[in-house]
Design a protein around this ligand. Sequence first.
Ligand code: MN
Ligand code: MN
Ligand code: MN
Length: 288
Amino acid sequence: MNTIERIRDPAARTYDLHCHSNQSDGSLSPEELVSRAKVKEVSVLALTDHDTVIGLSRAKAQAKIENIELISGIEFSTQWQGRNIHIVGLNIDLNNVNLLELIEKQEGRRHDRAKMIGQKLEAVGVEGAYEGAQRFSGPGVVGRPHFAKYLIEQGYVSSMEKAFKRYLGAGKPGDVKLLWPSFEEVIPVIVGSAGVAVIAHPTKYEMTRTKLCHMVEDFVESGGRGIEVVSGNQDARSSLDMAKIGVKYGLLGSVGSDFHTPSNGWAELGRCASIPAIIDPVWSAWER
Ligand code: MN
Ligand code: MN
Ligand code: MN
């Protein structure tokens, strides 16, 4: 099937444009992730690790072996009016200097936070927290799941869930808020690297419709072009609703599982509904 036919018949290909590897908070290596996507019959996969592109070259190499298309992606943590908003960048240019600079800054922010979480956990009696968590993070930045694994290993808690409930979740000793850059700062960097900026999982912010529309207006003003109208296994009504908002503001529709780990059966790679037909798909931005 040639490219034109594929665009006319998007159902012929399965897209998953949002997922994570163990280079951020996912559990599979980039290679394992791509191989799993192949098994799940995904034909176009975007790896969108949090604030890093470190897994993309390995994912690309594996995608070649598996004969699936790999889109260079990232999920940026940003802020809009004091709320944490995630912005996915799709089809970004990995050689863009401004993009790499922003990623480095984000990494620094995460690193500083990890150090602070470590200190706070020490203060409530968790010995060697930072170094312990580091053993689980590998070469990447230490994140909360790594602290959770250390807490389990050392017998402080019996599960990831309890680690967050007692130590790492909101209001707990290891809860350190991060001051992310505004999305007005992040979106132009994605756009400047030839990428498409997409609002990730818009239904998860628990905003009123008015607030969400206000955010979308600001997003468009900063150069944003897409909205994830289908995220994971969200219900069809929400997807249609998000598609309507997308159409209203001239956005393209994206779809992604937000897959992190095989142990979450409800968020499987490629297991997403199709994008409602009323909105143009985001891949029309790069497949033409
Ligand atoms: Mn995540
Ligand atoms: Mn997210
Ligand atoms: Mn995500």
